[in-house]
Design a binder for this molecule. Structure first.
Ligand SMILES: NC(=O)c1ccc[n+]([C@@H]2O[C@H](COP(=O)([O-])OP(=O)(O)OC[C@H]3O[C@@H](n4cnc5c(N)ncnc54)[C@H](OP(=O)(O)O)[C@@H]3O)[C@@H](O)[C@H]2O)c1
Length: 211
């Protein structure tokens, strides 16, 4: 099968790419990226500007799209710039892939995603989920991790402070509040792409703690 990945240079995306390339079920991986991703016989890296995505590239037609795109308001510089990466780009990728006939979309969303939330981050994620559902993919999987665990190069204060606390409290925390390790999220995403369930499916954080 052919997969189209967006966000494959990120913490979760790197794990998704690794699993996709290792899977015998996957013959071709097209990764839309702005960074080199290394060489692999199955990998086609396409260097794109997400503000100017091509209309009619052949790789829009795949068996599944897996999206792990995302940024932070701090890195992006404003709420508007954050929304561009966390809402506009994943939705535009979905539109083009769906128009080309791709039947499956797997989104790395977030715990708390809710289009009616008063919290901007949760509302953005919820609006993306809602608007992706409206595109009519035969299979749409919304993977909603809690705080993501893994080795991140970029310094993020909230994660530096909270990850050790959540790690130490793991035995007494409800599973939904535990850390979601990046490889566990990636495994759930790849399985949802290879074995797509019909309709809109949610994989919640309590299924992603890895324990
Ligand atoms: N951090 C958490 O604890 C947490 C919790 C729940 C959900 N989430 C969500 O989970 C998803 C994946 O998280 P992650 O930690 O794996 O993300 P990440 O490591 O920050 O990676 C994000 C990916 O998005 C790409 N990207 C960011 N800005 C871009 C831009 N302007 N143009 C093109 N590509 C851009 C990055 O590409 P470059 O490498 O080129 O920058 C990278 O491939 C995100 O949607 C995030 O909101 C995160």
């Amino acid at each position: 099968m052919r997969l189209l990945l967006v966000g494959s240079s990120g913490l979760v995306g790197r794990e998704v790419l690794k699993l996709a390339l290792a899977s015998p079920a996957v013959g071709r991986v097209t990764a839309l990226t702005r960074k080199p991703l290394g060489e692999h016989a199955k990998l086609q890296a396409e260097f794109v500007d997400f503000d100017r995505l091509p209309e009619d590239a052949p790789w829009w037609k795949a068996d599944a799209v897996l999206c792990t795109l995302g940024t932070t308001i701090r890195t992006a510089g404003s709420k508007q710039a954050f929304r561009r990466v966390d809402y506009d780009y994943p939705l535009e990728v979905g539109r083009r892939a769906r128009q080309a006939g791709t039947p499956t979309y797997v989104l790395n969303s977030a715990f708390g995603a809710d289009p009616f939330s008063h919290i901007f981050y949760n509302r953005t994620k919820g609006e993306l989920e809602r608007d992706l559902a409206a595109l009519g993919f035969p299979s749409l999987t919304l993977v909603r991790p809690g705080m993501i665990g893994g080795a991140r190069e970029e310094f993020r204060l909230v994660e530096r402070l909270w990850l050790p606390v959540l790690g130490a409290l793991a035995p007494v925390l409800p599973t939904a509040w535990r850390i979601s390790p990046a490889p566990v999220i990636a495994r759930a995403m790849i399985e949802s792409a290879i074995y797509p369930a019909h309709g809109v499916n949610v994989i919640s954080s309590d299924q992603l703690s890895g324990t």
